[in-house]
Structures are given as C-alpha cells and as structure tokens.
Design a protein around this ligand. Structure first.
Ligand code: TRP
Length: 339
C-alpha cells in the first residue's frame, strides 16, 4: 500500500517570479502560458519572490502594487489556488530562516562565481549589498523547503539551480537525506520572443526602447501600435530565414499564439505585405490576451478576494515548508522549542 501511494505521488514542481515588472509577452509565451497545464502533471508550487527583489533598491509603493498585480496576473493566466500553492515569499518566514542556515553551508567562492552576481554588481555598482551576493541561498531555500523535484527555469537561472543542487547534496552528505535534489526543467514548448524594436535582443522589461516590449496588461491599441512599428527588413516577403530577425520573431509569436506552422504562415501570407502581417500578429496577440486581461481586471477590482487567496496560499506554504525546516534544524542540533 505504501509503495502504491509512493508511485502515485506526483512530482513537485516549483517556480518563483520576481515582482519587479508586469510580465512581458516574452515571459508569457516563453513560460507562463505553459504553467496551467503543469497543474495536472505535477503538484505545483508558484510564488512571488518579493524578498529577492530587494537585492536591488525598490520603490515601496511600487513594490506593493506590483506584488498585487503579479498575484492577480498569475491567477489570470490560469494558476488556480485550489490546485497550486500560490504564495508570496515574504508571507512565509520559513524562507528567510532556511536561507540563513543554507548561508552557512555555502562557500564564499561558490557565490563569487555566479555570473548573475557579477553582472548585477556591475549594473548596480553603487549598491553591491550582501543580499545580492547570498541571493542563491535564498533561492535554494525556496526550492528545498518544498522538496521540489523539478524547477522550470530559463537559461539565466540554470547556474542558480546548479548551486542549489550542490548545497542540497552537501547538506545531505553531512546529515542524511533531508532535501530532495531538484532537477532543472526547461519546458520544450516555450517560444523565445525577441524585442520588437531590436529583434537581435530578447524581449525584456529593461529594453531601452519602450516599443520593443509588449506587457501583458497593455491595452489592445497599445499592442497594435507596438506591432505596427515592429522592425522588419526590406525584402517584403513573409518567410523564416537567416538575417530576417524581425520577421522570424513575428512568425514565432504568431505561431506560438495561433498554433500555425511556419509553412502555413508563409503560404497564408504569400504575396501580402508586412503591414498585413504585422496587423494579423497584433490582432492575434490582442485576442490571446483578451481573456487574461478580462480576468485580471476582475481580480484587480476584488482585492478582498485576492487577499483571501494569498492568505490561503501562505498558510499552506508555511505548513509544508515548516516540516522541512524542522527536519533541517533538528539535524543541525538546534534545541527544539517544544519538547
Ligand atoms: N531568481 C529567479 C529569477 O530572478 C526567481 C526565483 C526566486 C526562483 N526563487 C526561485 C525561480 C525558486 C525558481 C525557483 O527569475
């Protein structure tokens, strides 16, 4: 019987996202669109990494507002608080507690090799704080507290997942099996979306050209405008080919949204101009985001309901994560508060 339940247990998948901006169309088509279906395949944990975000100075009002908006958006794209643990990291003190412990099992040299630390300390040279340096220990705590088996991450977070595995293995080798050693999970379905203004660069919230990035909460007219001004080439032929970065990107977006193959898109737009194609891509994106935006507006108008959800999420998260924290603390030799 025990064997049976073990077999039936779904793997645990966990991912956190920072509340530093409204997610972009790139975040959506690259990752978030696939998340709701994880809820059937895995036991899913999704969180908002607000503690991570303060490694870079944040405006207090904006941080609060963006946290609410991101929570509403996660629900709007289809994450269901009845199926997933959906929580805000700062509501679950166990994350900070385990992070401290893990700090003491992580080497200075290891953290110094993190490319994100090196990049961010150059970018924010006036604020190279300790949190920026120990960031991976907090991320490891996020993951290990829930005994996650798989962590869907973008390429930029792979090194942080590697160090999480190293920390877990180091701890386990001293104390026995306390933590599940997680695997990175790079979902196959995600599309890589480039900036509409400079299609050689990834679509990003930090694009210097605001026309390059579509946000999930952009209005239909803003979305249409951004697509109409998308950079293309002078060939005037809708086909996927080297050197046609702008058209390749629009085709990738169109295909991700409509499910049409590149061949089909090429034949549908044979003989048509880029104006028609850009309009079609813009309209397809508007239609794709319409139900998400409708839900988002409804949630944002019912903050009491949202608060109920994040409270429920935090309660479950605290319960689950406390089990792992207790186990780790006991192994280390801390005196238990309750005897
Ligand atoms: N560091 C991740 C990012 O910036 C966010 C994050 C924090 C995360 N904790 C995590 C991602 C745990 C996956 C698992 O994108």
């Amino acid at each position: 019987m025990a064997e049976e339940t073990k077999k039936q247990r779904k793997q645990i998948s966990l991912s956190l996202i920072q509340p530093t901006s409204i997610p972009t169309l790139g975040n959506y088509l690259g990752a978030m669109k696939g998340w709701p279906s994880f809820q059937d395949e895995f036991d899913t944990v999704f969180g908002i990494a607000d503690l991570h975000s303060i490694t870079v100075r944040q405006d207090p009002k904006k941080l609060k507002q963006q946290t609410i908006e991101l929570y509403a958006l996660l629900m709007s794209v289809g994450l269901d608080p009845d199926k997933s643990i959906l929580f805000i990291q700062s509501h679950v003190p166990q994350h900070s507690q385990l992070a401290w412990l893990l700090n003491c099992y992580t080497m200075f040299g290891e953290l110094g090799r993190m490319t994100q630390f090196k990049d961010k300390s150059k970018q924010h040279s006036d604020n190279v704080n300790s949190g920026l340096f120990t960031y991976p220990c907090l991320m490891a705590a996020d993951i290990l507290l829930y005994q996650a088996d798989v962590v869907p991450v973008g390429a930029d977070q792979k090194q942080h997942l590697e160090i999480t595995r190293d920390i877990a293995q180091r701890f386990n080798s001293i104390y026995g099996n306390v933590f599940t050693v997680p695997e990175a999970f790079i979902p196959k379905s995600g599309a890589k979306v480039m900036s509409l203004a400079d299609p050689t660069r990834k679509m990003s919230k930090s694009d210097p050209n605001p026309k390059g990035t579509v946000y999930l909460t952009d209005t239909p007219s803003v979305i249409m405008k951004k697509f109409k001004s998308a950079v293309t080439d002078s060939e005037m032929c809708v086909r996927y080919a080297d050197g046609k970065d702008g058209i390749n990107n629009l085709m990738t977006i169109y295909s991700a949204v409509t499910g049409l193959s590149f061949d089909k898109i090429e034949s549908d737009f044979a003989g048509k101009g880029y104006g028609d194609f850009k309009k079609a891509v813009g309209e397809a994106v508007v239609a794709e985001l319409e139900p998400v935006q409708k839900k988002y507006n409804d949630y944002m108008n019912d903050c009491a309901y949202l608060a109920e959800q994040w409270q429920k999420g935090a309660e479950t998260a605290r319960k689950v994560s406390q089990r792992t924290l207790d186990k780790a603390m006991k192994k280390i030799g801390f005196l238990q508060f309750l005897k």
